[in-house]
Design a protein around this ligand. Structure first.
Ligand SMILES: Cc1ncc(COP(=O)(O)O)c(C=O)c1O
Length: 370
């Protein structure tokens, strides 16, 4: 097999493959001079709300601000503890901290998602909320997490930065709790050309607060009625997202096909633990933001793939949140530590051809002598 160069994420290719259409979208916005809080943004918010089957959606500057604003709108702050998995981006914990609350870290379970039993053990009288992270484009088992929340009278606040389009029992990631958040970072399933995010909610009072918080505390008449941030989704980015939203369901299907190909090609390699395949559990509809697996001799496998031209990544640069000791974390999470010794992500994006996927599968198999 001839060597190839398969990037982990082909940022520029995903632009050039639709360059004319994308430039036309952006030129249209610029010609109209429609930059901040304009129709494209309102259209995007409405389309997103429809797509997720949720009452309100607000574009904000990024997925991190989305969490801070959601927490503040839900009234979570100083004195409150929020339980989240350590297997997440620092942004999740940082947002809790920046909202004035305390992030409490929990283990991930066998499917790499927040472990409901472990999180329940970490509940204290100060716990106000659970923040499941819909990591890798999979929604957590929300029956299990919802049961813990109900038993202890806790709010659910979802970080669905990676979860747009994924569902648990037909309900969209981001819509299980008081609010949910999405990121449109360029490498996300629905990525814009810079930073972008959204907060969604079914709660009218929380929605009102989000709308004030993201725009200087201004109400619909432009009058300042509260303290707020400047954290709005740029209209230019919203126009790009409107365009990309049209192909989103097809893009998700393509990712699920690629996941099936990985599953079929690597399912018998006993040195690997693959993520659940697209048809593994009918309760879950996974969208494969990432294809994260566990591998024996992970670092040697990565070097082998690199030599074959296949770029891989270890998520969060290999550091789960609880290992950031400079931030004051002292908790011991041996399961998450063990997972981070073995985890790696194979390329997963819509620019991959079937040949690319077969090549990656063959390279992984070759490493284990299959
Ligand atoms: C799980 C998770 N939470 C939060 C964020 C923060 O989103 P953003 O980069 O848009 O601020 C990201 C993505 O970067 C993420 O993957």
């Amino acid at each position: 097999m001839t060597a190839r160069a398969i990037p982990f994420f082909p940022y520029s290719q995903l632009f050039t493959s639709q360059e004319d259409e994308l430039l036309a979208v952006m030129a249209d916005v610029c010609r109209r001079g429609a930059y901040i809080q304009q129709q494209d943004c309102r259209d995007f918010e409405q389309g997103l709300a429809r797509f997720m089957n949720v009452k309100h959606a607000f574009g904000v500057a990024n997925g991190t601000d989305a969490i801070i604003i959601g927490l503040k709108a839900a009234g979570i702050g100083p004195g409150d503890e929020v339980i989240l998995p350590s297997h997440t981006y620092i942004a999740t914990a940082a947002a809790v901290h920046m909202a004035g609350a305390t992030p409490v870290l929990a283990e991930c379970g066998p499917d790499h998602m927040l472990d409901a039993a472990d999180l329940e053990r970490r509940i204290t009288p100060s716990t106000r909320a659970i923040m499941p992270v819909q990591v890798n484009g999979r929604t957590c088992d929300m029956d299990a997490i919802g049961a813990v929340a109900a038993r202890h009278n806790l709010l659910i606040c979802e970080d669905a930065a990676q979860g747009l389009g994924s569902r648990f029992k037909e309900r969209a990631a981001g819509t299980f709790g008081v609010f949910g958040t999405i990121s449109f970072y360029p490498a996300k399933l629905l990525g814009c050309f810079g930073d972008g995010g959204a907060v969604v909610t079914n709660d009218d009072a929380v929605a009102e607060k989000i709308s004030l918080l993201r725009d200087h505390g201004r109400n619909a008449d432009g009058r300042v009625v509260a303290w707020g941030y400047n954290s709005r989704l740029d209209n230019l980015q919203a126009a790009v997202l409107n365009f990309k939203m049209r192909s989103f369901p097809k893009d998700v299907e393509r990712r699920r096909t690629i996941a099936s190909m990985y599953q079929d090609g690597l399912g018998d390699v006993t040195e690997l633990a693959l993520p659940p395949g697209p048809d593994a559990d009918p309760r879950h509809f996974d969208v494969y933001q990432n294809y994260e697996l566990e591998a024996d001799r992970r670092d040697q496998l990565r070097a082998h793939l690199e030599a074959a031209g296949v770029r891989t990544i270890i998520q969060w640069a290999g550091t789960p949140v609880h290992q950031f000791k400079d931030l004051g974390f002292t908790v011991d999470l041996p399961k998450t530590d063990a997972f981070f010794e073995r985890c790696v992500m194979l390329p997963m994006n819509v620019a991959l051809t079937n040949d690319d996927v077969s090549y990656i599968v063959a390279a992984v198999r070759g490493f284990y002598g299959r």
